[in-house]
Design a protein around this ligand. Structure first.
Ligand code: ATR
Length: 277
């Protein structure tokens, strides 16, 4: 490998489906940078060894995906504010011998909503469905935008309560009404933005949320991409605007690219290309 060429990787299990190598190659081409970005399958019980092996091969930075974001958080010596609050890391930076953990997922979601889909979150009513890592990773970034209300709901409501408790002080500091409502007891009125952060879409499972949370002025956003989910079909039946999570994927990658290279890549052409494919 050329000395000039920097080496990056995305580490996950499974990883063969990852679009990150394609996205980073496109950003690098546009920026005129020589990089090598590979998808690395880590055995489930060997995440740390996988990172160490890559470090010996002169790794310059890495993205981390499921199921290793918590382990990456534990591996890092220091953390960005977003990673610290989410207790999860999706971007590793090496600086002066230290491993710095970042989390760009929330920034990616908010940029896609605000810059690409032109939906300002400030003073809006937002419903977030799900209480796994995907949901937890984006809550602080949503709160920062100061919506009027962020309602959390999940099949297992206790998990939403745990997140609410963890985020209570942040919500208060941003003056956001952060509440939890059981999925079967959602109000019969609409939210401005409804975000599906569950993995139910993977299996085409119906979430059984009331139609009334959608509205023709709402945006329904599924963090999943690659197919029209049951959630998106339900939102369309209520005439809501809809989006999958491809823009979030590209925007979180753009933020990681910025962390490593200090260059902000253009994202629109890459989003359009991935959508077309
Ligand atoms: P991730 O880290 O990708 O968020 P996760 O931690 O397994 O993955 O969380 C998956 C989320 O999808 C959870 O909110 C889960 O609900 P539970 O907490 O009740 O498990 C949700 N989910 C998965 N399958 C679902 C289904 N069939 N119906 C409703 N929610 C579902």
């Amino acid at each position: 490998m050329s000395e000039l060429k920097k080496h990056f990787a995305v580490i996950g299990n499974p990883i063969h489906h990852s679009l990150s190598p394609q996205i980073h190659a496109a950003f690098a081409k546009e920026a005129g940078l020589l990089i090598d970005y590979e998808a690395v399958l880590s055995p489930l019980d060997q995440f740390k060894q996988t990172v160490q092996t890559l470090i010996t091969k002169k790794l310059n930075g890495a993205n981390v995906t499921l199921p290793f974001k918590k382990e990456a958080y534990e591996l890092a010596n220091s953390h960005s504010n977003h990673a610290k609050i989410a207790e999860a890391v999706n971007t590793i930076e090496f600086k002066e011998g230290e491993i710095i953990g970042h989390n760009t997922d929330g920034i990616g979601l908010v940029r896609d909503l605000e810059q690409n889909l032109h939906v300002n979150l400030n003073s809006k009513k937002i419903l977030l469905i799900g209480a796994g890592g995907a949901a937890e990773g984006v809550i602080y970034s949503i709160l920062e935008k100061k919506p009027t209300e962020l309602t959390l709901t999940n099949r297992t409501i206790e998990k939403s309560n745990v997140i609410q408790n963890k985020m209570h002080a942040h919500a208060k500091s941003f003056n956001v009404n952060l509440n939890v409502i059981e999925m079967t007891k959602l109000p019969h009125h609409y939210f401005d933005v409804i975000i599906n952060a569950t993995s139910a879409s993977l299996n085409d499972v119906n979430l059984h949320i009331v139609d009334q949370v959608f509205h023709k002025g709402s945006l329904a956003y599924d963090m999943m991409y690659g197919k029209e989910t049951t959630f998106i079909k339900q939102a369309k039946s209520q005439a809501s605007q809809t989006s999958d999570g491809i823009g979030m994927l590209v925007e979180q990658a753009a933020e990681a690219f910025y962390i490593w290279h200090h260059i902000k890549p253009q994202t629109k052409a890459v989003i359009d290309l991935l959508r077309k494919n």
